[in-house]
Write a protein that binds this ligand. Structure first.
Ligand SMILES: Cc1cc2nc3c(=O)[nH]c(=O)nc-3n(C[C@H](O)[C@H](O)[C@H](O)COP(=O)(O)OP(=O)(O)OC[C@H]3O[C@@H](n4cnc5c(N)ncnc54)[C@H](O)[C@@H]3O)c2cc1C
Length: 444
């Protein structure tokens, strides 16, 4: 069974709500046909690749060529939940402190916080109309004992990172935000923002192009050779000779691409449904009064939000195999869980269902590594929290490509992707982990 994905060639977007309401047509640069010479080639037109291209062009005058197998935003960047969160990888704040000390952990937190700011700046400076006006998110305790953990998290965020959050009792959540017997209080985190992922990724592409970058769709890199100091990337109808390459392929990184990233990732499915618009009456029965982002404390967390047109977006990790049978099962499972949480939504129609692969590194951290004497760079391992981190990583890669020091405070982030001890056992380990998380989430 595949553990890293092949992106394909010239595929349309997933049939997501975001594609239906935000896709505006293809890039004018078109597919690469014939041979191109350039200074920097970037593989992948998601947030990482496009932000790198944007910052290279805007800050350093370097006009990169972005090579995308399918369409702009075809990967996670066009199909995520739209939560631009303060987060890096999957380790806990306590884990950060244990491993890197309070100062090291604070640098990580500040990086993640700056990442959200970088999204706000990107939106404002380039007139990208993709943000929702509702800032902040509620971290919902799915069991009474998780509420005590939220109190500890609140103290840690304040004491160690100087970040203020607000604790909300079960009653406050019930009367002011949403009334589900599932939740036992929440921690409100400010600053996080929600957005329309497809509008955002297209806005990024437009901004990068305005500064001189070229974005080629239908251009999968299928082969890679080294010719002296140059890299030659082979695509179906041509090739790109370049001095430097950025790998920005997220959860769709094929194993054959480059040894620096081969067998270094586990791609994991995240799944989303969007319902039909929900009537005011039903929303009242759910006590649903907020458009704020909502995430629960499960290890296999549910994430959801009420969209502006009163549809509910409801998502979760789950499933191992990406095929038609598993799609049907997962869609039905998400609808069932939605009505478990909100019985008034029983029978509500699902208008959209889609899935995507998120990229997880062996140590569950983000890595901005380089290889081949600094001529190859990558940012991989977002672990499902990549909307903000990928935007910011693009700037870091652009700076590093130009020889500027970046990430000096956070050496961990610039370490190479670690290998899985036995790569062929990744799926087996994932199945075991899912079993363990489910027991922990539902029974303890
Ligand atoms: C369902 C879902 C929900 C999510 N929700 C959230 C959320 O709410 N908040 C959050 O922070 N994160 C979320 N994420 C994760 C987040 O979307 C990603 O971390 C982020 O978009 C990664 O961006 P990227 O540019 O690195 O990769 P991607 O956007 O995946 O882009 C990689 C691109 O590389 C291309 N590619 C791959 N190989 C090649 C090749 N050989 N040649 C040419 N092109 C190639 C692919 O076609 C793809 O378009 C979610 C992910 C999923 C799947």
């Amino acid at each position: 069974m595949k553990t890293q994905c092949d992106p394909g060639y010239g595929l349309p977007h997933e049939p997501s709500y975001w594609a239906a309401t935000g896709y505006k047509g293809s890039s004018p640069s078109g597919e690469v046909e014939g041979d191109i010479d350039c200074d920097v080639a970037i593989i992948g037109a998601g947030y990482t690749g496009l932000s790198t291209a944007y910052h290279l062009a805007k800050l350093h005058g370097v006009r990169a060529h972005v090579l995308e197998a399918n369409r702009i935003g075809w990967g996670c960047s066009g199909r995520n939940g739209g939560f631009a969160m303060i987060g890096i990888g999957k380790d806990s704040y306590e884990g950060w402190i244990r491993k890197y000390g309070v100062q090291g952990a604070r640098h990580l937190f500040d990086y993640a916080r700056d990442a959200v700011r970088s999204v706000k700046t990107m939106l404002a400076e380039n007139d990208i109309d993709a943000a929702s006006p509702h800032e902040g998110y509620l971290y919902l305790a799915h069991k009474p004992n998780r509420f005590n953990e939220l109190k500890k998290t609140q103290n840690l965020l304040k004491d160690k990172f100087g970040f203020d959050t607000w604790l909300l009792s079960r009653e406050e959540v019930r009367t002011q935000y949403l009334n589900s017997r599932e939740y036992h209080g929440a921690l409100f985190h400010p600053e996080h923002i929600s957005l329309h992922p497809m509008k955002y990724v297209q806005g990024l592409a437009r901004a990068a192009r305005q500064y001189g970058a070229q974005v080629h769709e239908r251009t999968p890199v299928q082969g890679w050779e080294r010719i002296g100091a140059l890299h030659k990337l082979h695509t179906p109808k041509g090739s790109i000779k370049t001095r430097r390459v950025v790998i920005a392929t997220g959860g769709y990184t094929p194993d054959y691409l480059h040894p620096a990233v081969s067998n270094k990732l586990l791609n994991v499915l995240s799944n989303v449904i969007v319902t039909e618009p929900v009537s005011e009456e039903k929303l009242q029965q759910c006590g649903w009064k907020t458009h704020q982002m909502l995430v629960d404390t499960r290890m296999l967390r549910f994430y959801f939000r009420l969209l502006e047109d009163k549809r509910v977006l409801f998502g979760a990790r789950g499933g191992i195999v990406d095929d038609a049978r598993s799609n049907m099962k997962t869609k039905a499972w998400l609808l069932k869980r939605l009505s478990d949480f909100f019985p008034a939504l029983e029978g509500v129609r699902c208008d959209y269902f889609w899935r995507g692969h998120v990229d997880i590194a062996r140590d569950k951290y983000l890595h901005l590594g380089d290889a081949e004497g600094g001529s190859v760079h990558y940012a991989l391992g977002y672990a499902g929290t990549g909307v903000a981190a990928s935007t910011y990583s693009g700037k870091q890669i652009a700076d590093r490509l130009m020889g500027k020091s970046a990430l000096a405070n956070i050496p961990k982030l610039s370490t190479p992707l670690p290998r899985f001890e036995i790569p062929s056992l990744r799926r087996l380990a994932q199945r075991a982990a899912y079993g363990y998380y489910t027991i922990k989430d539902e029974w303890f």
